[in-house]
Design a protein around this ligand. Structure first.
Ligand code: MGD
Ligand code: MGD
Ligand code: SF4
Ligand code: MO
Length: 758
């Protein structure tokens, strides 16, 4: 007998594929069947193997179902919610009153599939006067954001569905996805003789194996390789001079710099044969369209901001923007890469962190300096922290130092579903429903020309004792005296009448009232939320976002079929969001629309970035190899594999194979060490030594080894014993190893030593 299918989405990577699920099992609290949802506008029935294991998330170990308070002896006691909210508010307010709100740091706001907490937490941050925040993007994307800001003041993505040439740099989309229906798209490109795929990766990845050209770069030498690629474009006249003339300011200094690049020497330094580099450059230079995706392989590596710049020059110099199959600027419902328009302004100064003066990009403090901002007697240090839907004690570089920093805070508040490595260090742990027990949504909405949004409906009742993030933030704001019942009374009355009646009251009483405007998200949750159908109270903030979107992108919205006078279009959009459990298309663009979204003063690209042209010049005299004889290997710490998903799932049984997460090593290196599959080796970096089994893999080149991401979390077994499975990559990484400009970590480039364990 087949049960009924409910709609939801996968929460394990940024694609958030639509799913259909059946519920059952003990208490009806399990996923019994899971399949891709054909009605989801982006994934259209696609789902990878990981989605089928989501019951390990929904019924994961170490779930917390009561607020917890740390006792002086370090153990936790359960407290009721009124006590928890009152004490958290009091303790954070005390820090604010004594040291200023800037001493209260906020980390997280969402993982791969839950971005509503970030939207609501802005209210709590404002109520506390908190000024500094960060999340995982500040250890991956901020260098790229900064380059995008300088070049054009906005973020771009590549159109892989239509491109003639696909270029993946330090990105293995076969495993990590990142584009809708990744494997379908990759196979389509691989199969089509008119299209080609170029992969830059030191490993022969699943993606590299089906590519036309694999530039198997030596680990950490992408800057030389990308410089050589750009130089070939210039030397062989493969650039688009007329396009540059029309659309780009100051490209001459860039061409001049690339003319100086010693192509043969840089190819040799990067370990890639020059004929192959030239072949790749010609494919790029001659194609109708090129789409580019740079990811962690360069973003968590030496020269990461420079490498972001150099790869963007490849598409910029060849005119691959604003047309089908090339780079585009999507219309986001929420701009998670905000502030790039400011970076584009020539006179704009970057904001800096209060203690070490690190650059804050898109509002985010570099993850690698957070511990430095805490472990100091500097008067402006961060003294309290709220961590929400993140696990920085595990996910940030230098775990032991990070633990020390978190432990030294006056107050640490963690909002999570489970007892994580970070929660264990908290003064208060506030438990929330899982993403299948409440309404949730992702703001990773980057598609084009059609863009999608999916507000998911809850599937299970939450257990007693947990509160959703919007409820937590509303209660914290109320405990901090952000607004009163009197402030809300007219909104409650209007919301009870109709949304039409609510609009003028909300705009008049809240948005234009500086006292209340900062708390708009939680006010919406409190007043409009209770009137929303299908358990979607937590979606109230989306109503505000729908109105913002309509004001910013009226044509995109109209083309998506949401029309009408005044507030009609956004209201229809919001209705559609509430009524479509598979998600909707909210934005439709024409390919040329991207041109209107460039945020530089004159609407042209700014090609010359002096800071990075200087760094490019410095490559001449830098060593390509970091070459410390004590550490002859390069470890990439955190590879995406078939069964890894950050630390979203804590039960190791969710992994169908390689439960422990092996260290991948080349056949030659394995032979040299005298080890074979499953043998254990001792792996040492300047930070730590661990023992790990090896997997001998033809994917690896000599001298390069690779550990999976997301391993090394622990869970409680039935007997109450804590079991840790695999290596936590960041026990091995060092926070000082980071990009000079963006502060992004070098997780993929950790010098290491290996000895066989006899
Ligand atoms: N299965 C799975 N998928 C995921 C996730 C997951 O946990 N598991 N996480 C999601 C998240 S949060 C993210 S940010 C994305 C990340 O997605 P990716 O960036 O694609 O993932 P990684 O495997 O970390 O790194 C990509 C590649 O960088 C290569 N690399 C290492 N060193 C170098 C180098 O020196 N140069 C170059 N060019 N490449 C190098 C590695 O060999 C690897 O193949 O994946 C998302 N998707
Ligand atoms: N060495 C190394 N380190 C890395 C990486 C690497 O490649 N190498 N990759 C980095 C990257 S790209 C990323 S994105 C980060 C990810 O690192 P983080 O951003 O710290 O996040 P996650 O590991 O995804 O942890 C998500 C947390 O959210 C909790 N959670 C799940 N659902 C909910 C919910 O509904 N509400 C709340 N409040 N919590 C919930 C989970 O229990 C978990 O504790 O890791 C980074 N760290
Ligand atoms: S892990 Fe990513 S690609 Fe796989 S089903 Fe989930 S959202 Fe889709
Ligand atoms: Mo990530």
């Amino acid at each position: 007998m087949s049960g009924s299918w409910e709609k939801t989405a996968c929460i394990l990577c940024e694609c958030n594929c639509g799913l259909e699920v059946q519920l059952g099992g003990e208490g009806g609290r399990h996923f019994t069947r899971i399949r891709g949802d054909k009605a989801h506008p982006a994934s259209r029935g696609y789902a990878c193997e990981k989605a089928h294991r989501l019951d390990y998330y929904q019924n994961g170990p170490d779930r917390i179902t009561s607020p917890l308070r740390r006792k002086p002896d370090g153990t936790f006691e359960e407290i009721d919610w009124d006590t928890a909210i009152r004490e958290v508010a009091q303790r954070l307010a005390a820090v604010r009153d004594e040291h200023g709100g800037a001493a209260i740091f906020y980390f997280g706001g969402g993982g791969q599939g839950n971005h509503l907490p970030g939207a609501y937490s802005t209210a709590t941050r404002r109520a506390l006067g908190s000024r500094y925040r960060s999340n995982a993007l500040a250890q991956e994307k901020t260098g790229e954001f900064w380059v995008n800001g300088r070049l054009m003041g906005t973020a771009v993505r590549g159109d892989f569905e239509h491109c003639e040439v696909a270029l993946f740099i330090g990105k293995n989309p076969w495993q990590s996805h990142g584009i809708p229906r990744a494997r379908v798209t990759l196979k389509a490109i691989a199969k089509d003789p008119e299209r080609s795929m170029i992969v830059i990766d030191p490993r022969r990845t699943e993606t590299a194996k089906i590519a036309d050209v694999h530039l198997q770069v030596k680990p950490g030498t992408d800057a030389w390789l990308l410089a050589a690629l750009g130089a070939v474009l210039v030397a062989e006249d493969l650039i688009a001079p007329k396009w540059l003339e029309d659309h780009v300011d100051d490209y001459e200094p860039v061409l001049a710099a690339l003319r100086e690049v010693p192509i043969s020497e840089y190819c040799e330094r990067s370990g890639v044969p020059e004929p192959l580099v030239r072949e790749a450059a010609r494919l790029i230079g001659k194609a109708e369209s090129v789409a580019v995706f740079e990811d962690l392989g360069i973003q968590m590596n030496r020269h990461s901001t420079l490498s972001s710049y150099l790869n963007k020059l490849l598409w910029l110099l060849t005119g691959n923007f604003g047309k089908k199959g090339a780079q585009y600027v999507p219309a986001p419902l929420v701009n998670i890469a905000g502030g790039l328009d400011k970076i584009a302004r020539p006179a704009a100064k970057d904001k800096l962190t209060p203690v070490v003066g690190a650059r804050i990009i898109s509002g985010l403090v570099p993850c690698n300096v957070i511990a430095d901002e805490i472990l100091t007697d500097h008067p402006k240090r961060y003294r309290a922290m709220i961590v929400e839907s993140a696990n920085p004690a595990h996910s940030l570089a230098d775990s032991s130092r990070m633990r020390e920093a978190l432990d030294s805070l006056d107050t640490l508040v963690v909002i999570d579903i489970a007892m994580t490595e970070t929660a264990r260090l908290a003064d208060y742990v506030l438990p929330t429903p899982t993403q299948y027990e409440k309404a949730e949504a992702t703001f990773f909405n980057f598609e084009f020309p059609e863009n999608y949004f999916h507000l998911r409906q809850p599937l299970f009742d939450p257990p007693d004792g947990v509160l959703s993030e919007p409820e937590i933030h509303a209660r914290l704001c109320e405990a901090l005296g952000a607004y009163t019942e009197e402030d809300l009374a007219p909104l409650h009355a209007a919301a009870a009448e109709s949304r039409e009646a609510f609009i003028p009251v909300f705009f008049g009483n809240v948005l234009t009232n500086p006292k209340l405007a900062p708390y708009a998200p939680v006010i919406l949750y409190r007043t409009l939320g209770p009137h929303l159908p299908n358990g979607l109270q937590s979606g109230a903030v989306i109503w505000g976002l729908a109105h913002q979107f309509a004001a910013a992108y009226p044509d995109s919205l109209r083309r998506a079929g949401f029309e009408g006078k005044g507030f009609e279009a956004p209201e229809r959009l919001f209705d559609a969001i509430l009524e479509n459990p598979s998600g909707i298309v909210y934005s439709v663009d024409e390919f040329g629309e991207s041109w209107n979204r460039i945020k530089t003063a004159g609407g042209k690209f700014h090609a010359a970035i002096p800071e990075l042209l200087d760094e490019l010049e410095s490559l001449r005299t830098q060593e390509a190899s970091t070459g410390d004889p004590a550490f002859p290997f390069i470890l990439s710490a955190g590879e995406r594999r078939s069964f890894t998903a950050n630390t979203i799932l804590r039960d190791p049984a969710w992994r169908k194979k390689d439960a422990e997460g092996s260290l991948r090593i080349s056949p030659d290196d394995a032979a040299q060490l005298g080890v074979t599959d499953g043998d254990r080796v001792r792996l040492t970096t300047k930070r730590a030594t661990v023992e790990v089994p090896v997997e001998v893999s033809g994917m690896m080149q000599v001298g390069h080894v690779s550990l999976p991401n997301g391993l090394g979390v622990d869970h409680t077994e039935n007997g109450g014993e804590r079991v840790q499975t695999g290596i936590a990559a960041n026990e091995l990484t060092a926070s000082e190893d980071r990009d000079w400009l963006a502060g992004t970590p070098w997780h993929k480039h950790v010098p290491a030593r290996i000895e066989a364990v006899r």
